[in-house]
Design a protein around this ligand. Structure first.
Ligand code: PMP
Length: 405
């Protein structure tokens, strides 16, 4: 890609093909996990010899790591454009972050969500109104309006939506959804697992109440994620995990505990300092990058990917043609089993894609149905920093060969 100076590890990895030759790996599975940014690897490499316990250690390295952990939180806060009184909790990933929020919402909260959600934003909620997947961004907003107008007063309402679909890449109208939610006294939580690596998210400007995302999709390693947002529900909830670090005071009798407030309340146990620092390095690198140039590059590659696949007669692309979409294209090939397509792409072309229902079973099934696909599952190709036009062209040539056209 041009227009930015960011680079990822692994672009020189070679893989063996079924015919015994070797080829540079074409990773087209960024929506599952993105490769590590060089900047992230450098920061982690510097920290590895130095890490030590955080928060209560008096030694120099403990103090250094405590400082780095809290600076990481500040980087994430800035990256997301959070309000001054928002809490930024480090979690394991998006799934963990959304489960933490589900744990923290007041008990009588009604959660309004859509069928188009990833399971991480579909399954953790207790009392749910699940709206059908909308056909357009405008119909998403009007469906929310109708659903919220039908709610009786007197209980909290949380609208839980994705920032961008992990199946179609379609970007959701967050500012309009937030304004609609607030007009009805509801809050909005955004699953930004897919959006955060590709678009600037400004929590305060968009009016979002909560945002969740994962490090491993944001060019940092596994094991760290974030829940950021309003403090009140989080401060009133029972700690997500009970244990050291989440307490202000523990008395001698069982149950005599004063819990901490703020992020510490939900971060019991030794935290993932390296993960947090890695994630913050990714946030810093992306915040400093020319995101418009990056997005222009990704848009051009997305169009190339989409149009190239759409020209193959046997290919059916899942999606509803929303105007703004990330570089994610899910598709089927008529007459060929999905697993055969992905396996042949790997073995004959050195390409890594994903196949299945992408942890969004109801939504992907509906899209397959709408596309008239005979296959019960789909292949997904997804891109990001480090993707080249050669990767895209190789995929298109591979699918063309597999489709026999
Ligand atoms: N939401 C979306 C939209 C996703 O794409 C994913 C990952 N596929 C998740 C949530 C869950 O992320 P994680 O596995 O990192 O918890």
């Amino acid at each position: 890609m041009s227009g930015n100076t960011l680079g990822v590890l692994g672009s020189d990895v070679k893989v063996g093909l079924a015919d015994g030759t070797k080829i540079a790996y074409a990773n087209l599975d960024y929506a599952a996990s993105a490769p590590c940014l060089r900047e992230v690897a450098d920061v982690v490499g510097e920290l590895l010899p130095l890490y030590a316990s955080v928060h209560r250690g008096a030694g120099a390295l403990s103090q250094l790591c405590t400082e780095k952990y809290e600076l990481a939180r500040a980087s994430v806060t800035a990256f997301l454009g959070c309000r001054a009184d928002d809490v930024v909790v480090f979690t394991r990933n998006t799934t963990d972050a959304l489960n933490l929020l589900a744990h923290a919402v007041p008990p009588d909260t009604v959660v309004v969500t859509f069928e188009g959600e990833h399971h991480a934003n579909l399954l953790p909620w207790n009392e749910v109104v699940r709206l059908p997947a909308p056909s357009s961004p405008e119909s998403a907003v009007s469906a929310v309006e109708t659903a919220l107008a039908a709610q009786t007063a007197g209980h909290p309402i949380l609208l839980a939506v994705t920032g961008a679909s992990n199946v179609t890449g379609e970007v959701w109208p967050l500012a309009d959804l937030a304004a609609t939610a607030h007009r009805f006294g509801a809050r909005i939580a955004v699953d930004a697992a897919q959006l955060a690596p590709h678009r600037r998210i400004d929590v305060a400007a968009l009016g979002l109440d909560y945002v969740a995302f994962s490090g491993h999709k944001l060019y940092a390693p596994f094991g760290v994620g974030v829940l950021a947002g309003r403090a009140d529900w989080l401060d009133r909830a029972r700690p997500y995990l009970a244990g050291g670090g989440a307490t202000a005071h523990v008395g001698d009798r069982p149950g005599d505990v004063d819990w901490a407030t703020g992020a510490a309340r939900h971060e019991a146990g030794s935290p993932n300092v390296i993960g947090a620092v890695a994630l913050a390095a990714a946030c810093d690198a992306l915040a400093a990058a020319d995101l418009e140039a990056l997005q222009a590059d990704e848009d051009a590659l997305t169009t190339r990917l989409h149009d190239g696949l759409a020209e193959i007669p046997a290919v059916r692309i899942l999606g509803r043609g929303w105007p703004d979409r990330l570089g994610i294209v899910s598709f089927t090939v008529d007459g060929i089993e999905t697993r055969t397509v992905s396996t042949r792409l790997a073995e004959e072309f050195g390409i890594g894609v994903r196949d299945g229902l992408f942890c969004a079973h109801p939504f992907t099934r509906r899209l397959l149905d709408q596309a008239g696909a005979t296959a019960p599952t789909a292949v997904r190709a997804s891109i990001g920093i480090g993707t080249t036009s050669e990767h895209i062209d190789r995929l298109i040539a591979g699918v063309r060969a597999i489709a026999g056209s």
